[in-house]
Design a protein around this ligand. Structure first.
Ligand code: F58
Length: 841
């Protein structure tokens, strides 16, 4: 074809312009102004802040392209075994700062901008982050991409290029209101559209059996709709290495010719309408966190990106001249929860129907290729699709799942005998009251490895939701405790602390986080301690200014910053935190001269738009803030702020400025948590339950450096089994009763006793997340925290340093290395930058 014949015959060697690669200050400035002029079409006198951002982004991107193209070429040439991360969400955060850090060019660009009279940070603030995820699960995917690139692991991330990411959160009268996210409004300089690798995805219709020329029974899927998936690629640069992997996100469009008929019939509206319907698939991210939305469009999204990605992998395999049987040698595919689990049926379909492979071989390839990560124990988050819906969208996949199930249940019978209850529990099809396809069961059967995201979580999986599968396939179960990237969560977001650490233990720690333990040698060094304290203070002053700008509230940077930032969910128990604030407030009202530790309570987080109780919890927090922040009796000793629109960008200045990290979920409900790691890494102390990765954080930092409270997961289970009666805690605890009654009285709702009634009724009558049972333990622990902060500042500082020093385990590099060794069996491939002119020849 045209492209390859050009490549073969071209006498040209393409000259790479120095302005696109050069690194001297003069070149950087010239390149930036050149991009402003020629890409943005602006001269400096009329350029806006957005223009400066775009010009700078292109200048940085130019300096990544050699890394990116050399990486791709090396992987193709060496047939590199590749880890594929399939995820419906990637919560990448702003790219500009991260790319500058990973390129090692942050300081240089800062200076270049300064010499042009511009400010790098202000330009960085212009970036609209791609909010293509809800929370922990999507952010974990982003940290893992950063670590895979940094560890030089050949990898590909596949997902959906949502036109509208997670909604923007605003407030009206203390209630959350949602505004659509418009991250693409100003264009996205980091992505490259690749229409030449578009694929078609079938949806709906029916199947037809036929006998092929060799007399074999085959199935043909006749869809009633076809959509086109267009890949958009973004380079994912490693830290101080040449590796730049790819994040490939799919956009849904209509096939050019698909409604040509309607168009020709003169049905212009019909043709355009079918285009709009196709584009709906990648239009918007479902904004639910730990709750499944059983909508047709959601299933279409999941199938769409999975099918696009598998077709793309097969294209890549074949373009390297490898046979289909080599799929599991070329690729290992990690399923980020069950959202992409339909990949198991789709790969079977591609192999058996499209490529006429025998079932048994196809099944062996499929099982070898996939591994499944579970992120939740909440039953309402486990994906199950109504069978009629699944069958109407994916008729062939339903047949394939039936066949997988038939063979699988025979295997169950063989091992356990005719245990009908077990068979009913393990079946891929749920038949008790409506029929459903169970995606977790499909993921377990079709994968060779199954992992939880913290030790406790993996153990609970084996004992509860996946017990039957553990008994059948014990060898598949492994734990992979989550981690976070120290590049974004320390080097970029806490530059002052990063610099102090560099000065004392050298500069290797961002990729060898265990080296932070060397900081322990300085824990009694007065000069180091002083600097540690002053950096925390400086970070707090910076956040104080931001809080005033965003909320109008003036907070005291010398108060304790007590922070809970995460999605709003009943199991995460922001309501428990609110009960503590009200407890302190009542104490001050009863005794205005009471000595208490001044605190600033900082909240941030979004509630799913349809999650009434979560929105009511937000309203409670803002309502308490409205009263407490203004009451003269409080004399500014308590402040409550809710920072709006929590996202990666807004979170970055919060972790470095916090003193106390609230990790207070009901034990047994938070699979891991990753915010807990970001706080401790930045020297904030945790008040937390024995839940998720808190358990391991406490093990690492030492029990004496962690504020523990609350029931254990086993105690929670036992309490519920014995018949939990929350109102008894209310009746028997005068202070708790006073707090609850104050809310019920309408004190925080302008005298209205209805507003918070659903929340109070729920706590007194159900209290699924045992808030009242843990109340006293939490309050006692908080009283202790307050005392240590106020009266034992030297010890607090020591604990802060030791927390950071002992967080080495929680680097996402450690987690990715474990995946590579124990699940993926993928090795690093180091990249040498290629001469572009030689690539053409
Ligand atoms: C989170 N899950 C866990 N799900 O809650 C958290 O403990 C863990 O640290 C994190 O994963 C990473 O392992 C989570 O974020 C979602 O957001 C899903 C989005 C799609 C619908 C179902 C919830």
């Amino acid at each position: 074809d045209v492209e390859t014949s050009f490549a073969r015959n071209s006498p040209l060697s393409v000259q790479v312009e120095d302005d696109r690669t050069g690194l001297s200050l003069e070149t950087l400035k010239r390149a930036f102004l050149d991009n402003l002029f020629y890409v943005q079409g602006k001269s400096p006198d009329i350029a806006t802040a957005k223009d400066y951002y775009m010009a700078l982004a292109y200048t940085v991107r130019d300096r990544m392209l050699h890394h990116w193209l050399s990486t791709g070429q090396t992987y193709r040439r060496t047939h590199a075994r590749t880890a594929v991360y399939l995820s419906a969400e990637f919560l990448m955060g702003p790219y500009l700062g991260n790319n500058l850090i990973n390129l090692g060019l942050y300081d240089l660009f800062e200076q270049a901008m300064e010499e042009l009279g511009l400010n790098l940070k202000e330009i960085m603030d212009q970036e609209q982050e791609p909010g293509l995820g809800n929370g922990g699960l999507g952010r974990l995917a982003a940290c893992y991409l950063d670590s895979m690139a940094t560890l030089e692991i050949p990898s590909l991330g596949y997902g959906i290029r949502y036109e509208f990411g997670i909604f923007e959160q605003a407030f009206h009268d203390g209630w959350q209101v949602e505004k659509t996210d418009q991250w693409l409004r100003w264009g996205n300089p980091w992505e490259v559209r690749r229409p030449e690798w578009a694929v078609h995805v079938k949806i709906g219709g029916h199947t037809e059996g036929y006998t092929d020329h060799q007399g074999r029974y085959q199935v043909n899927w006749v869809p009633d709709k076809v959509v086109r998936g267009i890949p958009y690629d973004t380079p994912i640069l490693g830290y101080q290495v040449n590796t730049a992997n790819t994040l490939r996100l799919w956009r849904a469009e209509s096939p050019e010719s698909f409604d040509f008929d309607a168009f020709n019939r003169g049905d212009y509206y019909g043709a355009v309408n079918s285009k709009i319907i196709s584009e709906n698939i990648s239009k918007v991210l479902y904004p639910n966190d730990d709750k499944l939305e059983g909508k047709q469009l959601r299933l279409e999204q999941e199938f769409f990106f999975v099918s696009c990605s598998l077709q793309d992998m097969i294209r890549l395999l074949m373009s390297e001249g490898l046979p289909l049987e080599q799929f599991p040698e070329k690729f290992t595919v990690q399923l980020n929860d069950t959202h992409p689990a339909v990949a198991i049926a789709e790969l079977m379909r591609l192999l058996v129907d499209d490529h006429e492979m025998a079932w048994d071989l196809a099944w062996e390839i499929t099982q070898k290729s996939f591994a499944y990560t579970n992120h939740t124990l909440l039953p309402e988050a486990l994906e199950r699709w109504p069978m009629y819906l699944f069958g109407s969208l994916l008729p062939r996949h339903l047949e394939i799942i039936f066949e997988i199930n038939r063979i699988f249940l025979d295997q169950v019978r063989l091992k356990f005998g005719p245990d009908n209850e077990r068979i009913a529990r393990m079946s891929l099809i749920e038949e008790t009251g409506g029929r459903y396809v169970r995606m977790a069961n499909l993921a377990c059967v079709g994968s060779h490895a199954i992992n939880g995201v913290a030790e406790l979580h993996t153990e609970l999986l084996k004992e509860t939701v996946l017990k039957d599968f553990y008994e059948l396939f014990p060898e598949k179960f492994v734990n992979k405790t989550n981690g976070v990237t120290p590049r974004r969560w320390m080097v970029l977001s806490n530059p002052r602390l990063a610099k102090l650490i560099d000065q004392h233990i050298g500069t290797a720690w961002p990729t060898q986080l265990d080296q932070l333990s060397k900081l322990e040698a300085y824990v009694d060094d007065p000069a180091f301690r002083n600097e540690w304290r002053e950096i925390k203070q400086a970070n707090k002053r910076f956040l104080t200014a931001r809080i005033e700008r965003l909320t109008g509230i003036k907070v005291n940077p010398d108060s304790m910053f007590d922070v809970q930032i995460k999605r709003i969910h009943e199991y995460k128990r922001q309501q428990l935190n609110a009960l503590h604030i009200i407890t302190l407030y009542r104490r001050l009202k009863q005794n205005p001269d009471l000595e208490i530790t001044p605190r600033t309570f900082i909240f941030a987080g979004k509630a799913a738009p349809g999650y009434f109780m979560a929105k009511l919890i937000i309203k409670l927090i803002t309502a308490v803030g409205d009263i407490v922040n203004r009451d003269p009796v409080v004399r500014d000793r308590l402040k409550v702020v809710f920072i709006p629109n929590y996202n990666v960008t807004n979170s970055q200045p919060i972790y470095p400025a916090s003193d106390l990290s609230e990790q207070i979920s009901t034990a047994g409900f938070e699979a891991s948590g990753t915010g807990n790691m970001k706080f401790a890494l930045n020297g904030s102390l945790t008040i937390g339950t024995l839940d998720g990765a808190n358990v391991e954080i406490r093990e690492e930092v030492g029990a004496e450096n962690f504020f523990l409270f609350g029931m254990t997961a086993d105690e929670v289970t036992a309490l519920k089994a014995s018949g939990y009666q929350p109102w008894q805690y209310y009746e028997e605890n005068a202070e708790l009763k006073g707090v609850i009654d104050l809310i019920s009285s309408g004190f925080f709702s302008g005298g209205d006793t209805e507003t918070f009634k659903p929340l109070i009724d729920n706590l007194l009558q159900q209290d699924r997340f045992t808030v009242l049972a843990d109340y006293q333990s939490y309050i006692d622990c908080q009283d202790h925290v307050g005392k240590v902060y106020q009266q034992d500042q030297e010890n607090w500082l020591r604990m802060s340093i030791l927390n950071a020093a002992r967080m080495g385990k929680f680097s996402s590099d450690r987690a990715v290395r474990e995946y590579c060794k124990e699940i993926w069996h993928v090795d690093p491939v180091s990249i040498e930058l290629q001469e572009y002119s030689k690539m053409v020849a």
